[in-house]
Write a protein that binds this ligand. Structure first.
Ligand code: KIV
Ligand code: NA
Length: 263
């Protein structure tokens, strides 16, 4: 299969072909997911919770993301490798660039940052220096102590308008992908229509250009509270290969997310 690139993701958005993304933290799962046709492998800072047992993503370091990114890159052939920039690693454009270089040299093709319009300068700084960026808005788990918990965002008219304004500013600053977490489906549709770049949703409704979930969640492994947007794709399957393929098929044919996974 051909390598997944920013142009190929843009072409998928243009044709309406749904993009599949899963979190991935090691070489063996990278090989498996790539073989199953997952387009983007995300080394999420969720690894702090699902791999390392932390209560939030805040303790995760650049070195930890780089270690897992290198492992994923070794196992991967064709997928795009997207690495999270952890909490505190992008406070200034210069710091963001220095840390992004660590992740790109570990094998990332793109980095992901959480936040709104305040990130525009940083995204411009990174993209000017050949670091592609995915912007993550809506429920941004690194801000859990400001948000007061893992809550659905963009429910009021004002916060929805803010999300739209932020997304457009970050796209204009050079973001290649915009990811929305835990927002109403109607807003996910409106934001996707307002943007030109591909949008990826997790609890953002069926109308985003693609979907992402945490691999432990689709395999029914994570022992924590199950979010509304999670589906266990091991149900009815007898192998991890079959479960990952079922996730890919369900996103591609539009059967996931269903109404019960949405806000
Ligand atoms: O860290 C992560 O797993 C993420 C996804 C849930 C989008 O950022
Ligand atoms: Na993350």
């Amino acid at each position: 299969t051909k390598a997944v690139t920013i142009p190929s993701l843009n072409a998928m958005r243009a044709s309406g072909a749904k993009i599949t993304m899963l979190t991935c933290y090691d070489a063996s799962f990278a090989t498996l997911m790539d073989r199953c046709g997952v387009e983007v492998l995300l080394i999420g800072d969720s690894l702090g919770m699902v791999c390392n047992g932390h209560q939030s993503t805040l303790p995760v370091t650049v070195a930890e993301i780089a270690y897992h990114t290198a492992a994923v890159a070794r196992g991967n052939k064709s997928a795009m490798v997207l690495a999270d920039m952890p909490f505190g690693s992008y406070g200034t454009p210069e710091a963001a660039f220095n840390n992004a270089v660590q992740l790109m040299q570990a094998g990332a093709h793109m980095v992901k940052l959480e936040g709104g319009a305040w990130l525009a300068e940083t995204i411009r700084f990174l993209t000017d220096r050949a670091v592609p960026v995915c912007a993550h808005l809506g429920l941004t788990p690194q801000s859990v102590h400001q948000l007061g918990g893992y809550k659905v965002q963009g429910k009021s008219i004002e916060s929805a308008a803010q999300l739209k304004a932020d997304s457009l500013v970050l796209e204009a600053a050079g973001a290649a992908i915009v990811l929305f977490e835990a927002i109403p489906s109607a807003l996910g549709k409106e934001l996707t229509e307002a943007l030109k770049v591909p949008t990826i949703g997790i609890g953002a409704g069926p109308d985003c250009s693609g979907q992402v979930l945490v691999m432990h969640d689709i395999l029914g492994v994570f022992p924590g509270r199950k979010a509304r947007f999670v589906k266990n794709f091991m149900d009815g399957q007898t192998s991890i290969d079959a479960a990952v393929s079922a996730y890919v098929s369900a996103v591609k044919d539009g059967s996931f997310p269903a109404v019960e996974h949405c806000f």
